[in-house]
Design a protein around this ligand. Structure first.
Ligand SMILES: [Zn+2]
Length: 478
């Protein structure tokens, strides 16, 4: 078997990223440019993400449904901003069944249009509200430049679509789901995020306003980790969705939508990975512990295996996902390396010498520490250690982000930092579209968000010197 070599992260970040994906067998390129094959190791992470998020959606009162991926082209054209925003990315089916279709069908880039066309039939009265649905599916947005997980023509996601009687109810929902995303990113993916509002320029096409969570990658670039949109009455008006109020009047319905995608796997790789490969946070790992037996003679082997089957017995009841590496013809050292590349959080090494002391060696993927641990009650130590790894990964990522967050008031310094180590640059901005655009053209940095829960502070716009009431976050982004 050929050894895939991993390029050093400091040498070439982008090659490092592709190398660790290949080494961990997470994904592969597809015959159609821009598409991606998600391999079992990658899909297992997505399944864990789905389970966690789906549970949180249901706890907050949502149900899952499924809408078709083919959308009549006329639907996509009904909401003016939406058309403008998505038109260049939509793939269109023009022929099927051996003939030209009467009306071309768009492959969903997102499902607001087909869902709101359906809500028209489902919503008549205030009693039908709120309507809280989510769907798990794939979407297609045509891409020329591909990066596995980060930028692909087809990707997997969930999209929530809710309908409400009032602006306030929709606002509450949009913020509630932003909170769900933040908790998911921080508690499960161990990725610290900043909650904020998108600028008019960066908001979702067709939204009244867009909230987002933003995270910082290991190379100092930002990544949008999830978005939650207050759609106002825009889609209700485009699809004529009205309801009878308690007072007997008819009103347009208010809407939200919110999505999180397989991009987050790319974020996980970039936030936690190192020169030895990816690192999977314990709460997203199907295999949390890999057990590697060490022996030379067959007699030793049977004693080691016997001990393993005994001390792993309580693992399953304790909720620990584990694998015993019985592969023949590979040295223990090769196996250690292999599990490291796959990002498995913990490794147990056990040989004849450990048996004499009734212990095993426990090796952490996050910091490389090796500790001898008694075989009795091992499952308790493992669970405590997994929790500690989960927390440490988050803390490490937060420290990195804080170290790469700067308050900048000078444009030259702003450019220097961007061209150097990057990061989140907290700067004053006057609120004008023109300054935002100029900065983007000149530096490729965008306003990632207008952060929430931040005190106002008087200052001068980084670009024009105009009045500013608060700092916003600029960064180059994926
Ligand atoms: Zn300005």
């Amino acid at each position: 078997m050929a050894e895939a070599k991993i390029t050093k992260r400091s040498e070439d970040y982008s090659r490092w990223y592709t190398d660790v994906i290949a080494a961990a067998e997470l994904a592969d390129y597809a015959p159609v440019k821009g598409c991606m094959i998600i391999r079992p190791n990658g899909y297992a992470i997505w399944e864990k993400m789905q389970q966690a998020l789906d549970g949180m959606f249901k706890e907050t009162g949502h149900q899952n449904a499924y809408f078709p991926m083919l959308i009549p082209e006329s639907f996509l054209k009904k909401e003016a901003e939406h058309v403008e925003g998505f038109a260049p990315e939509v793939a269109v089916v023009t022929h099927a069944g051996g003939q030209k279709l009467e009306e071309p069908l768009g492959i969903r880039p997102t499902s607001e249009t087909i869902i709101w066309n359906t809500y028209k039939n489902w919503i008549q009265s205030y009693r039908d509200l709120p309507l809280l649905l989510n769907q798990w599916c794939n979407v297609v947005r045509w891409e020329m430049r591909t990066r596995l997980f980060l930028r692909t023509t087809e990707f997997l996601w969930q999209e929530g679509h809710t309908a409400h009687a009032t602006y306030e109810d929709a606002e509450e929902e949009a913020l509630r789901m932003l909170g769900v995303y933040r908790r998911f990113a921080e508690d499960f993916m161990a990725i610290p995020v900043i909650e904020g509002l998108k600028t008019e320029r960066e908001k979702f096409a067709g939204a009244h306003h867009t909230y987002c969570i933003e995270s910082l990658m290991g190379d100092g670039k930002a990544l949008q980790a999830g978005t939650s949109h207050h759609l106002g009455q825009n889609f209700a008006k485009a699809f004529e969705v009205t309801f009878q109020t308690q007072q007997g009047t008819r009103e347009f319905v208010y809407a939200t939508s919110w999505g999180l995608t397989t991009r987050m796997i790319g974020a996980m790789i970039m936030v936690h990975g190192d020169d030895n490969g990816i690192v999977i946070p314990p709460r997203l790992a199907t295999t949390q512990v890999a057990v590697v037996p060490i022996f030379r003679k067959p007699e030793e082997g049977s004693r080691v295996m016997e001990a393993i089957s005994k001390f792993t017995l309580p693992f399953k009841p304790a909720g620990i996902g584990f694998k015993i590496d019985t592969r023949e013809n590979y040295s223990p050292g090769w196996k250690f390396n292999d599990w490291e590349k796959r990002g498995v959080p913990l490794r147990i090494e056990v040989g004849p010498k450990d048996l004499e002391k009734n212990q095993v060696m426990l090796a952490r993927r996050d910091n490389g520490e090796k500790t001898p641990v008694a075989q009795d009650g091992l499952e308790k130590v493992i669970n405590v250690t997994l929790d500690d790894i989960q927390k440490s990964l988050f803390e490490r990522a937060r420290e990195f982000r804080d170290k790469h967050s700067h308050r900048v008031d000078d444009y030259k310094k702003f450019v220097d930092i961007l061209d150097g180590e990057g990061g989140f640059l907290w700067c004053h901005w006057c609120g004008s579209d023109r300054c935002e655009e100029q900065i983007k053209t000149e530096t490729k940095a965008t306003i990632r968000c207008i952060p929430m829960q931040v005190e106002s502070e008087a200052g001068a716009c980084l670009k024009c010197g105009g009045k500013s009431e608060r700092r916003v976050i600029f960064a180059r982004a994926y």
